[in-house]
Ligand binder design. Structure first.
Ligand code: SF4
Length: 447
């Protein structure tokens, strides 16, 4: 596709906010536009089309999305500015107030962006944005996707599932992503086998509700069956699973993950609260006792596995006692790192209209207490690795300050090693010799 003077290909840039699923979708948009001979730009300099893949999971993410759109308008006043993603799906009328925006395309039609652009007779600025948007709650299937164009990632994110049927009371995602739907196993294998060889060392499988993979098929299938098929196909060295809901980490899945050298020994599990009353108000499908049994089972099965946990602080009605229940539950469990999110009231969710919203200063204080606890847990985990050998994938880059090669272990530890570029993009064993800083350890080659 050529720009106005019909001499040069359209220059396109995509700015991505939010989760791994959004990252994957942006890379798929790049891939589709690349097929149409568009020139992929990193956003510096003049571009013809600026796409902003927005997020609205928190108030802050929505604000950052608006800022990114305004920046694109400012930096490239003649370019076509197109907003897509969860904010475009949930509040198109809000976005259309932003001057200079030309297209607002909901998640319902995000997969058609390249087709929409290639269908435009000519690219011209719009006086008011054109909105392409459908009720996503009616979406039944995941549209076919081509292998993403992965520019600067050694470990690609591959989205195999979208949407969620659960409606946790604080979460806007089911309204912006629609019901749970999965990519057909053959399509998953097709995408994986079409990735460049260098990008097949480690794949991060992701989704909005990954553990629900395959349950929407008739007859229903499962994430475990898909993992077994990928293993049999022998096209990927190792798989990392992104966030998994507690109730979906079954014994069978845990035992499959425990088998050596295929699924990374890294679990990321949203707990959100350690208080049973708050969990009920959140509409979360488990209680602290269930969560305790699960974490101890994982730790007993894989003592060196990474166990990361999401926590939300400041949910409406969270008393000092409820917060203490969360703090003491986490302290008591073999968790290795924490992600802590302040409650953010989202329009249209049940929690937005709950009474007893918590004072923002208190939320900040509680968040800092948990972040401190998370740091202690992480450094204790790193200390436990000293002297052990870990399987590390050395990535395509060097650490800027030390110039050392950098990689990630199966159990999600950043490992820096000395060596030449021949070590890049390979999984090898390294003995951990010391902690370098709160986020990295030093590894010594075992070969
Ligand atoms: S499981 Fe809950 S938190 Fe996760 S996407 Fe679904 S509704 Fe949101």
């Amino acid at each position: 596709m050529m720009n106005k003077d019909n001499k040069n290909p359209f220059k396109v840039t995509v700015t991505t906010l939010g989760c791994k699923v959004n990252q994957f979708e942006s890379e798929s948009i790049y891939s589709e536009l690349h097929k149409l001979d568009c020139q992929i730009s990193n956003g510096n300099g003049i571009t013809d089309i600026n796409i902003i893949n927005t997020c609205t999971v928190t108030g802050k993410a929505a604000m950052q999305s608006r800022q990114a759109i305004r920046k694109a308008v400012r930096d490239n006043p003649h370019a076509i500015i197109l907003a897509t993603g969860c904010y475009a799906q949930s509040e198109p009328d809000e976005l259309k107030k932003i001057e200079g925006l030309d297209y607002i395309i909901g998640n319902s039609d995000k997969h058609r962006i390249a087709q929409i652009i290639s269908g435009l007779k000519k690219l011209q600025k719009q006086s008011t944005p054109i909105i392409i948007h459908k009720n996503i709650l009616n979406q039944k299937e995941m549209p076919k996707t081509i292998a993403p164009l992965i520019k600067n990632r050694t470990r690609p994110f591959i989205k195999i599932q979208d949407g969620c049927n659960h409606f946790c009371s604080y979460c806007i995602v089911p309204y912006t992503r629609g019901p749970s739907r999965s990519m057909l196993p053959d399509d998953v294998l097709n995408i994986l086998s079409n990735l460049p060889k260098a990008k097949r060392k480690e794949i991060v499988l992701t989704g909005i509700h990954l553990g629900r993979y395959g349950l929407d098929f008739s007859p229903p299938d499962s994430l475990l069956n898909l993992l077994k098929r990928i293993k049999q196909a022998n096209i990927i060295d190792r798989i990392r699973l992104s966030s998994m809901e507690p109730v979906e980490l079954t014994n069978d899945l845990l035992h499959f993950i425990a088998e050596p050298d295929f699924v990374c020994h890294h679990f990321h599990i949203p707990l959100q609260s350690g208080d049973k009353h708050i969990l009920k108000k959140m509409n979360r499908p488990y209680d602290p006792a269930f969560f305790t049994r699960l974490i101890n089972k994982i730790h007993d099965t894989l003592p060196d596995a990474a166990i990361g946990v999401d926590i939300m602080v400041g949910f409406p009605g969270e008393t000092e006692e409820a917060f203490d229940n969360t703090y003491s539950l986490i302290s008591s469990l073999p968790i290795t790192y924490l992600h802590v999110f302040p409650f953010s009231s989202r329009p249209g969710t049940k929690a937005a209209s709950l009474p007893n919203h918590v004072n923002p200063h208190l939320i900040k204080e509680r968040r800092n207490k948990l972040l401190n606890l998370g740091r202690k847990k992480k450094s204790a985990f790193y200390a436990k690795m000293i002297g052990k050998s870990l399987d590390v994938l050395i990535e395509d880059k060097r650490e800027s300050s030390s110039g050392k090669l950098t990689g990630v272990s199966s159990n999600y530890i950043r490992v820096l090693v000395d060596g030449d570029d021949s070590l890049k993009n390979k999984i090898s064993s390294y003995r951990i010799t010391k902690i370098l800083n709160p986020d990295a350890v030093l590894g010594e080659s075992m070969t």
